[in-house]
Write a protein that binds this ligand. Structure first.
Ligand SMILES: [Zn+2]
Length: 206
């Protein structure tokens, strides 16, 4: 077995098992609790990871704001209305994806993917970097609440113009994202093939 490969995999597992995490369900009562300041219990949490301010946006979405290392970390509480269970998700302050868990690192709360990026950013694959850039530009136009904002399988072609922006500026920004998305797909497909290939090889060897 190639030494480097084995090392990498072991390390990736380590990132998540070595970190404390908080579950979305811990925050369930905050869906109906009064707006205000709260404190999260947990010996493994720093004082900054414990203190949160609960607010509500005009669209009804509730936000928890933690000030960690002088930087606001906003985590939205999102009920999944598509299932009968009404499962609660919390959003990652970095990529805004909906999560059941966030991991505790020294200066932040992050999702599993962002945790891995945090430790492995040096080896970040080019298409992951590009996807991150595309998502960031999308959020600047449509906001992190737009339903398909993180979904790379959706292209932005028919997404509406936000009211606040002029058509000319909007078209420029749209074009920029469209160009990046065109670059993204050939890279992603190559990566998917490689990943599936590795997976089948691993099973075969076992
Ligand atoms: Zn994240």
């Amino acid at each position: 077995m190639a030494k480097g490969h084995h090392y990498g995999r072991t390390q990736t597992r380590g990132y998540t098992t070595e970190h404390y995490r908080v579950s979305a369900k811990v925050f369930k009562s905050l869906i109906t609790a009064p707006i205000g300041d709260y404190c999260l219990n947990g010996d493994f949490l720093s004082a900054e990871h414990q203190k949160l301010k609960l607010t509500e946006l005009s669209n009804g979405v509730r936000l928890m704001t933690f000030i960690i290392n002088s930087k606001p970390h906003q985590i939205a509480l999102k009920l999944d209305n598509s299932s009968a269970s009404n499962k609660l998700y919390i959003t990652c302050p970095y990529c805004q994806s909906k999560r059941q868990h966030l991991y505790v690192i020294k200066a932040a709360y992050v999702c599993r993917e962002c945790l891995n990026l945090h430790y492995a950013s040096q080896s970040e694959r080019p298409q992951e970097r590009l996807a991150r850039r595309i998502r960031k530009l999308r959020k600047e136009l449509w906001g992190f609440d737009w339903p398909e904002i993180n979904n790379m399988f959706q292209n932005i072609e028919h997404w509406p113009k936000p009211k606040w922006i002029r058509w000319k500026t909007f078209n420029q920004k749209m074009n920029k994202i469209a160009i990046l998305e065109k670059q993204y797909w050939p890279m992603a497909i190559t990566q998917m093939k490689t990943t599936l290939g590795d997976h089948f090889m691993a099973n075969y060897n076992n």
